[in-house]
Design a protein around this ligand. Structure first.
Ligand code: HEC
Ligand code: HEC
Length: 458
């Protein structure tokens, strides 16, 4: 979404209530071990509300590996509670299907802080109250699922994920599960009589679990303590500088899309404005589908999403290349970033934002040049491309057909500046920003004696 102005409202005002999330500070992550899932209260936290019957059922379903064709994969396999309900490994795409060997085409997102996501709209009002309305809302990287329950149908039936043959297949498995009595308690004695209704109930239960259980929106990061003015929430000098980089329209400008002010429904500090932009993430050859030179995952304009397809290949279409700007909460727990998982560390990700335009040769392949046997000492090694070329042409935006290069968003720090220009962020800014992003990880326990020196302190 093109912003009229990047804002940093809550950070700059002292009205801390506008930034602070809520008080549910101590929700503990559930275990990924299904044997510890009791189905009773949903969370061990004392101040957690009891889960509804539907949500209790949803919790059982979420961790149940028998709900997959392989019998080995549950929702939690890819959305591990110990990793903020994101993947527990560094794979760009997870492996599913009958033998857990079939690769998907996108990185598995964290399931945290999805509870206030509105359905997708081409002209969603932006929660920042300043940006013009634009594509926003919805679940998955392209917004094609309107609700969490619609979304749950996708992995259950996807042949490279949980690989059930049909909704009836899923219903049969739930009927045979040890928690079938809980299902009947939640949806009535006739709850299995109609297959379509039963399948809708099952995905509604998964939604209820994600909406109700505080472990999906714990607001228990260091940032939350700081924003709520709570004990232990002292950001270090480095973290505060990083926050300033995050919100500064002339440096990181991250807040312009990963908006941390007041959101919809009284939410705040979700670190997303639910908007979609094309930022030209490099093609990832770790994804087998990308071996085909004609396959492009273009987000909102398809191919997974089918209601915004170009009229013909290459026909003008402003939605091609757009992906959701996800929340950056808990991003420090991830090992693969962006919709295609091409980036593998948070520092590398920040360097991509900083040098995509100034040093595109670090991120996109060069065609036709001569590789140097030894790169110059000054040639950075943090990019995806570590070979230095003499001559040749950098294939910038190599994961988007050339016809759609005009869709690339021009906002800072990706403002299209010329190669060789100064970078938007200094080296210190990069380090500080990574430190700040680290404060967004849930489950923060303030140390008794905070360190006086070391990384991210001074
Ligand atoms: C094989 C790995 C895998 C499994 C198993 C899996 N997911 Fe996902 N999940 C993904 C991927 C990949 C995406 C992104 C899909 C896309 O963008 O098209 C995703 C997206 C989501 C989203 C949208 C999040 C967002 O940011 O918009 C939700 C919600 C979700 N999954 C819930 C579930 C539930 C519930 C289950 C179990 C029924 C499940 N997932 C099983 C990999 C998985
Ligand atoms: C113009 C809007 C925009 C700006 C500005 C922006 N981002 Fe993003 N961000 C996005 C979009 C869109 C994606 C998803 C892109 C994709 O996967 O193709 C994304 C993805 C990410 C992710 C990956 C999250 C995940 O789960 O994989 C992180 C982390 C992130 N951005 C951090 C930042 C930081 C830090 C800054 C500031 C330096 C920043 N972003 C600036 C739009 C933006």
């Amino acid at each position: 979404m093109r912003k009229l102005l990047a804002v940093a409202m809550c950070m700059l005002s002292l009205t801390l209530g506008a930034c602070g999330g809520d008080d549910a500070g101590s929700a503990s992550a559930a275990s990924n071990d299904p044997s510890t899932v009791s189905g009773s209260s949903g969370s061990s936290s004392l101040d957690s509300p009891a889960l509804s019957l539907a949500a209790q059922l949803g919790k059982q379903l979420f961790f149940d590996r028998t709900l997959s064709g392989s019998g080995k994969m549950s929702c939690a396999t890819c959305h591990d509670p110990n990793y903020a309900y994101g993947p527990p490994n560094s794979l760009a795409v997870q492996l599913g299907g009958p033998g857990l060997t079939s690769p998907g085409v996108r990185a598995a997102p964290s399931l945290r802080y999805k509870d206030n996501t509105p359905p997708y709209s081409d002209l969603l009002d932006n929660p920042d109250g300043i940006s013009v309305p634009g594509p926003g809302g919805g679940l998955t990287w392209d917004g094609r699922a309107a609700t969490l329950s619609d979304q749950a149908k996708l992995p259950l039936l996807d042949p490279v994920e949980m690989d059930n043959a049909s909704p009836a297949d899923v219903v049969t498995k739930v009927k045979a599960a040890s928690y079938a009595p809980l299902y009947l308690q939640a949806y009535g004695d006739n709850g299995f009589s109609d297959t379509n209704t039963a399948f809708s109930n099952i995905v509604a239960a998964l939604q209820a679990y994600q909406l109700e259980d505080p472990s999906f929106h714990p607001y228990s990061s260091k940032f939350d303590l700081w924003a709520g003015n709570k004990t232990g929430g002292q950001l270090t000098a480095a973290e505060l500088r990083g926050l300033a980089v995050f919100t500064d329209a002339n440096r990181g400008n991250c807040a312009s899309c990963h908006y941390q002010g007041a959101g919809f429904n009284g939410s705040s500090a979700l670190f997303t404005d639910f908007s979609y932009e094309a930022i030209g993430v490099p093609r990832n050859l770790e994804i087998p589908a990308n071996a085909s030179a004609t396959y492009f995952d273009m987000g909102v304009c398809g191919p997974l999403r089918t209601d915004h397809l170009p009229a013909s290949p290459g026909a003008p279409n402003a939605f091609c290349g757009m992906f959701k700007a996800p929340t950056v909460r808990n991003s420090a727990t991830r090992q693969a970033f962006f919709h295609n998982g091409v980036i593998h560390s948070l520092t590398q990700l920040v360097r991509f934002y900083n040098t995509r335009d100034t040093n595109p040769e670090l991120w996109y392949p060069t065609l036709g040049g001569t590789p140097k046997a030894m790169p110059d000492a000054s040639f950075p090694t943090y990019g995806l491309i570590t070979t230095q070329y003499v001559g040749g042409t950098v294939q910038k935006f190599n994961d988007l057909p050339a016809a759609y290069a005009g869709n690339i968003d021009p906002q800072m720090p990706l403002d299209g500046r010329a190669p060789g220009s100064p970078t938007p962020m200094s080296e210190q800014d990069v380090q500080d920003l990574v430190c700040f992003l680290g404060t967004l990880t849930d489950g923060y326990k303030p140390p008794a004696n905070p360190p006086a020196s070391g990384a991210c302190v001074n």
